[in-house]
Write a protein that binds this ligand. Sequence first.
Ligand SMILES: [Zn+2]
Ligand SMILES: [Zn+2]
Length: 413
Amino acid sequence: MAMDERGRALALSFAKRKFGEYYASGPPRLEPPSELIRREFGFLFFGEKFMLRHRSFSSAEELRAFLKEKVPSDAYHSTALYRDPGAEMENKGWIGADLCFDIDADHLEAPCKFEHDRWSCECGATGAGPAPGACPKCGAEGLKEEAWMCESCLERAKDELLKLMEILCSDFGIAYSDMSAYFSGHRGYHLHVRSEAVLRMGESERREIVDYLTGVGVDPSAHGFSISSGGPAPSPSSPGWAGRISMAITEILTSCSEEELRAIGLAPRAVRAILGERDSLLRDWLDGGGWGLRRRVGGKGWGAILKRAIEMASVKIDTVVTTDIHRLIRLPGSLNGKTGLVVMPLGVDGIEDFEPFTDAAAFEGEERVHVVEAPRLKLGGESFGPYRDETVTLPASAALLLICKGRAYPAVN
Ligand SMILES: [Zn+2]
Ligand SMILES: [Zn+2]
């Protein structure tokens, strides 16, 4: 069911009005970046496709005034510092860049995607979940995706963020005080690392960090997991990848179901052995042996377990964001035009308890909207929807979310 022209126009002017209210209120959560005068800014506007880039500001006040006057749907700043941020790309004079990470539900295995994501093709074919590479009916590529998010995939993304921060701290020696975490306002989290140590790193150095985090080229035998080595396997408390692989194997032994063990690629005999002797294998593993497990699953099975363990221990980041040293990233405290939620600064202690749909809500009060179609929505402990072609009164932030997502428009009597 699609929205008609009138609905779209109403939705657009409603969203723009609410965003305008937000920026006019002098939002306390707006967090202009450090060394603001060295940053490039970029903006998207309601109803327009192009991005205004290469903007620079001489002060935070000037930036705030711009937001208030122009009311962009999305606001970004460069991770980089430039001598002349307002110049064309080749004349900017790159000085250095923060090390930034983007964790997005798009890159996570989240079963809920099949409940709330949809794709459609111009031929009329539609389906649940992420879009396939090509339409199964007509073979067309570049299918239209409608991604949604829920507390479950955002929770997974948050786990990845915490894992990322832990690895950066323990394996790279980056202090938590040099890390700033943000809810992206949509399907994930951003992490900005600001320190002299990372500032001047080029793309290839950043690529190496990415490879380390994502487990590219990790050789388990170099970390003590060789099937031919007689020694005990590393324990979960070992430093670096050794400990992480060991921890992931512990998790596999503790909690993988029969189906999950099969999906790892284990033979039926190995699956039965793990399910039947779980406790003793686990004890053997944690007490520093691991030989019981290696014997039970055989060489091929052991290889499959290690592969899965590395996958589990790796951090699911959007690798391009981290390696691109000219990237624009969302301005903390601005609103995300896809949702109307705040790109929320979290603070290291605030991550664990952060609830995106409640804590990143920018508006109070209620709004009456006509919902074309929307999946269930949980907000502030309350559950709304699913809706289909009905007029409802919702908390303002939920209404704005549906409007920004193109699923609703303001109700007119
Ligand atoms: Zn098709
Ligand atoms: Zn989800």
